[in-house]
Design a protein around this ligand. Structure first.
Ligand SMILES: [Zn+2]
Length: 473
């Protein structure tokens, strides 16, 4: 930030960094004007990167104690030296190198400043109820709060007043997600809702450097660089990979929140671990079973297509798969086709592209370098059929969208994945319905479970009087 006087402490408070990160931060922010590098290092607190707890090694940055995560380096002055492979992607942490940190300020207290929210939308009565439930429980710092909101319930808007309440008390907020796509979708919306606060967005693919501000958006991996930094931590898509099975990321989240801070989880598909914690009273839950526009969740049509893998490989235009694709592609609006396998996805794309050269088709998968560009092209209308693996399952919302899941029975498509993919349909109130097809070669348990859960949520919403009444279906 040119011309702005940077107080060096601001860049280090609430963070925990390696030697190289401190050095880089000092250099990039021209801190030489304020403090020499030697002075800086002696002003920061430090702790060894890897500690010995009894006989176990512990990585101070990522918290791992798994012996397989430690790799031996040449001894240092006769002492054993290790580095941690578990968090190596953020730079190396070793036994003899320090991690540097500075304590975050205590929260300002209870005096409230005026609202900082510039969002002028109106919450539905259900969104208001959810929001109020969370606000009422803010003082319960022992227990995280989970908002279980169906896809399209408008969970992002619900958190605006909650963020505002924290900011008004002088707090710092972090909105984190395991998925970079989710962070990228959230960033402009949050920035628009709090126009006067610069939002810092941190993820592995971004070149943006850290700056201190009241609102940070980050992937859960980036939280490994924070310590007691945030008064409110919101984890969006809490059940998504890799957060769900990664102990280090759980460790990172709990360390990044202040001792008296609050954790808020958001998801449309709580997994078993979360359900269990709710049952045991360790997490408070608020459920929103209806979409904000009051139309029910689209329920899937289960459609048998036989051996779809063979049909793709042989390019069999007489197959049930091809007949279905022909029908599906004629639907108006955006068509999302999901497949569980990248090589078959590429084959199907080439086949469709060959048969329909005038159609605007694209394929997207996780390692695709152009995936963000392609998604933006869908929004602009330059692409209307998109063939994807599950990377588009969450966080991505298109208007007037239909979903066809090919190979819905595949093991890769767990219940939560199916529900998330299904949730892409009918998001806008102008297009609240759409086609949703589970095309399969034998119905799986996950398909049954997803179908059942969608129907149950619709029933629950109906019982609560949250659905619009239709003259016909
Ligand atoms: Zn580590």
């Amino acid at each position: 930030m040119k011309g702005v006087f940077v107080v060096w402490r601001h860049l280090f408070k609430g963070r925990i960094l390696t030697y190289h990160e401190v050095e880089l931060c000092w250099y990039e922010n021209h801190l030489i004007k304020e403090i020499s590098l030697t002075e800086l290092f002696s002003s920061l607190k430090k702790v060894k990167g890897i500690l010995m707890k009894k006989k176990e090694k512990v990585c101070v940055r990522c918290g791992t104690q798994d012996p397989e995560h430690f790799v031996q380096l040449p001894d240092d002055k006769g002492e054993k030296n290790f580095y941690c492979v578990n968090c190596i992607q953020l730079g190396r942490v070793t036994t003899f190198q320090f991690l540097y940190y500075l304590d975050e300020d205590k929260r300002a207290g209870n005096q409230r400043s005026p609202s900082l929210m510039t969002w002028r939308g109106v919450l539905s009565s259900e969104q208001k109820r959810a929001c109020q439930e969370v606000l009422d429980q803010m003082a319960d710092i022992q227990r995280p709060h989970l908002i279980h909101a169906v896809t399209g319930a408008g969970k992002t808007e619900i958190i605006f007043p909650i963020i505002d309440a924290c900011l008004q008390r002088g707090g710092r907020v972090c909105i984190a997600s395991p998925r970079v796509d989710v962070c990228l979708e959230l960033a402009p919306r949050i920035q628009k809702a709090f126009k006067t606060i610069p939002v810092c967005v941190l993820h592995g693919q971004s070149k943006e450097k850290y700056f201190r501000t009241e609102i940070t958006i980050a992937t859960t991996h980036q939280l490994l660089r924070f310590q007691s930094a945030f008064d409110l931590m919101v984890i969006d898509e809490v059940d998504a990979f890799p957060y769900k099975d990664d102990k280090s990321l759980h460790f990172a989240v709990s360390r990044a929140v202040k001792e008296r801070g609050k954790l808020l989880f958001l998801t449309a598909t709580p997994d078993k671990t979360l359900e269990e914690a709710i049952k045991n009273g360790k997490i408070i839950r608020t459920t929103l079973p209806a979409r904000f526009h009051g139309y029910p969740l689209p329920e899937p049509t289960l459609y048998w297509i036989g051996n779809w893998r063979k049909a793709i490989i042989e390019r069999n235009i007489k197959s049930r798969l091809w007949q279905l694709i022909k029908m599906f592609k004629r639907l108006p609006g955006i068509k999302l086709i999901f497949l569980p396998d990248i090589s078959l996805l590429k084959k199907l794309f080439l086949w469709m592209d060959h048969r329909y050269p005038n159609d605007k088709i694209a394929s997207v998968y996780s390692t695709d370098p152009e995936r963000h560009y392609k998604i933006s092209q869908v929004r602009k209308g330059s692409i209307d059929i998109i063939i994807s693996t599950t990377i588009l399952e969450r966080g991505v919302t298109f208007e007037n969208c239909h979903v066809l899941i090919i190979g819905a029975e595949d093991n890769y498509f767990k219940k939560s994945v199916l529900i998330q993919m299904s949730g892409r349909v009918g998001r806008s109130k102008n297009f609240p319905c759409g086609k949703l097809i589970y095309a399969h070669y034998g119905i799986s348990i996950s398909m049954r479970q997803a179908n059942k859960e969608i129907r149950n949520l619709n029933k629950m919403a109906d019982r609560m009087g949250l659905l619009r009444r239709f003259s016909n279906g």
